[in-house]
Unconditional design. Structure first.
Ligand SMILES: *[C@@H]1O[C@H](CO)[C@@H](O)[C@H](O)[C@H]1NC(C)=O
Ligand SMILES: [Ca+2]
Length: 228
């Protein structure tokens, strides 16, 4: 009896069933150094990465949109917004690129995709399917065990969070691929057309756990479509 109970607790803790979050979003309603969603990826040791998601916020300070840390580096793959208008950063293994002049109006849904390729070392940011310039970050593999967090910026694996870099707002449609998406695929994602879901993180089969104040709600993008 006791053994069965322990076994079932272990099972629950270890292997959450992936959920289809189509038509849903994560709402981050408070500024804190706790509230976050941990996304459990398929795979590691990446030679290329694309991360796409949609978000809405009214923050004008710094915030993290997608934080990957490993024991090798706490900024293994980080999409970061600075306090400067239109200024985003992509960090790969601690090296970062600066992207200027991108749209960031408050209370506006944006799709953002960030790509990185280890051969060229180039990163790029796409907002609503429109490209930034391409800039060099890091050449080499991301070979640590990735710990992926929405809502907080990791300065250690799943730790050392800073409320002043936390995300407040809504995030939906999070996907991660272990390759660089073509411009066509990125633009299909931006338009919410049929696109190939992420092979590392897939919003339609999402393995995740929530810590603190994060709410799963109906997405407000295409509200009629999703709620009819
Ligand atoms: C990561 O992959 C590369 C090949 O791309 C391989 O040479 C290396 O040994 C791998 N590292 C780990 C830790 O698995
Ligand atoms: Ca960090």
């Amino acid at each position: 009896m006791q053994i069965l109970l322990i076994a079932s607790i272990l099972f629950t803790a270890c292997c959450a069933v992936p959920q289809d979050l189509s038509g849903k979003m994560f709402t981050f309603p408070v500024e804190s150094d706790v509230a976050r969603v941990r996304l459990l990826p398929s795979g590691n040791n990446f030679t290329s990465v694309t991360v796409c998601l949609r978000f809405l916020t009214d923050l004008t300070r710094t915030y993290s949109l997608f934080s990957t840390a490993s024991t090798a580096n706490n900024n293994d793959f980080l999409i970061f917004k600075t306090a400067n208008k239109g200024h985003f950063q992509v960090h790969t293994r601690g090296k970062n690129s600066q992207f200027y002049g991108l749209p960031d109006e408050p209370n506006t849904w944006y799709s953002i995709c960030s790509t990185w390729d280890s051969n060229s070392g180039l990163s790029q940011v796409w907002i609503n399917g429109n490209p930034s310039t391409r800039k060099v970050t890091f050449k080499g593999n991301l070979d640590g065990e990735p710990n992926i967090v929405l809502g907080q910026e990791q300065d250690a694996v799943d730790g050392r969070f800073d409320a002043a870099q936390s995300f407040v707002g809504m995030i939906t449609d999070v996907h991660m691929w272990d390759y660089v998406l073509s411009a066509c695929e990125i633009q299909r994602f931006a338009s919410d057309l049929n696109f190939t879901p992420g092979d590392v993180i897939n919003w339609r089969a999402l393995d995740f756990n929530i810590v603190g104040d994060v709410v799963i709600e109906d997405s407000q993008i295409n509200g009629c479509f999703h709620n009819q």
